[in-house]
Design a protein around this ligand. Structure first.
Ligand SMILES: NC(=O)c1ccc[n+]([C@@H]2O[C@H](COP(=O)([O-])OP(=O)(O)OC[C@H]3O[C@@H](n4cnc5c(N)ncnc54)[C@H](OP(=O)(O)O)[C@@H]3O)[C@@H](O)[C@H]2O)c1
Length: 300
């Protein structure tokens, strides 16, 4: 990396989100942006003037786009909003990165696949089942067609310390710690991905120039039910409170890919064993949480 590039910051777009928060803390000298602004740069990615203004002024060496409409059912109910954020927003970022000479690292999802026979490698054929998956796939195409250096990172089910937002794993732990019964699907597979491990892998990728598509996810391939059962074992929660169901029982607006998930050989060859096993990360999470019942009561 040239000394000029070293002096240019990395801009984390979506700095108020789960991954964005972690990246903004982890990357030295990173600048964050969010829709609401303070303490970050104010930037709504659907507003082309705000995007070109902020990126034009900062001239980041690298822009990492974590901003998204991550409610899969919300995207299904409001496809126009999903298109504005994923498609138009990404086009605005690509255009500003081209003008500023910035590299763009763009987050995407295993929901670009239909889940007929996952886990999937980078070169496997895509076939999204939902508005979320379709608009994210379209966003990938925009990054590839742009003339700035671009890297698409597909990832899967996040878990980790809560920060501002709960995730599937902390939701399940929180309910079970309060002795509440929960229903969890046995027919959706993916790789649970620890947000701190993901941020570390992305950190390493900012220091080298890979372009194209990479899959970044945890090493385990579990159903949601297996994830929750592992939480019960590690955090000593009552397995009997967990009721196995099929995804059709949930009546969700958006279809989910059943056997989704990602093959991760390519990223492991670049960053090594950054992604630790699910049970090991749950131990780290359990240490952070301390007494799980006190934690569950206080978070409400
Ligand atoms: N979470 C998962 O399990 C998962 C799985 C696979 C892939 N991914 C991908 O990984 C990335 C990060 O996910 P995450 O879970 O960290 O997301 P998240 O916690 O839901 O945060 C998303 C962020 O995007 C911001 N945002 C939404 N619309 C925006 C706009 N118009 N302009 C600027 N910012 C906007 C939100 O800001 P506000 O606070 O203003 O709403 C929020 O900070 C996304 O690309 C997602 O598709 C996530």
């Amino acid at each position: 990396m040239s000394s000029e590039a070293e002096q240019r910051p990395t801009l984390i777009v979506g700095a108020s989100g789960s991954l964005g928060t972690r990246l903004t803390t982890l990357l030295p000298g990173a600048v964050g942006s969010s829709r609401s602004g303070s303490p970050h740069e104010k930037m709504d990615i659907t507003d082309p003037e705000q995007v070109s203004g902020v990126i034009g002024r900062l001239e980041p060496a690298c822009v990492i786009n974590t901003a998204a409409m991550t409610s899969v059912d919300g995207c299904e109910r409001d496809p126009d909003a999903a298109t504005r954020i994923h498609v138009d927003g990404t086009a605005n970022l690509v255009s500003a990165c081209e003008s500023a000479g910035s590299r763009l690292i763009h987050l995407s999802t295993n929901y670009v696949f239909d889940g007929a026979e996952g886990p999937y490698a980078e070169e496997d054929s895509t076939h999204p089942l939902s508005v979320y998956g379709r608009t994210k796939l379209e966003s990938e195409g925009i990054v590839h067609q742009g003339s700035c250096a671009g890297l698409v990172l597909r990832t899967a089910v996040f878990y980790g310390p809560e920060g501002e937002r709960p995730n599937f794993v902390t939701w399940a732990i929180g309910e079970l710690a309060q002795n509440k019964e929960i229903r969890v699907v046995t027919d959706e597979w993916a790789n649970p991905t620890f947000v701190p491990d993901l941020a570390e892998a992305i950190h390493q990728l900012t220091a080298e120039g890979t372009e194209g598509v990479l899959h970044l996810a945890g090493p385990d391939y579990f159903t949601r039910y297996e994830m929750v059962m592992t939480c019960c074992d590690v955090l000593r929660l009552d397995r009997a409170l967990v009721h196995p169901i099929q995804s059709a029982d949930l009546g969700q607006d958006a279809a989910r890919p059943p056997r989704a998930g990602l093959k991760t050989d390519a990223i492991r060859a670049i960053v090594g064993e950054v992604f630790r096993p699910f049970a090991e990360n749950l131990q780290r999470l359990a240490t952070d949480i301390g007494d799980v019942r006190t934690w569950a009561t206080n978070r409400r």
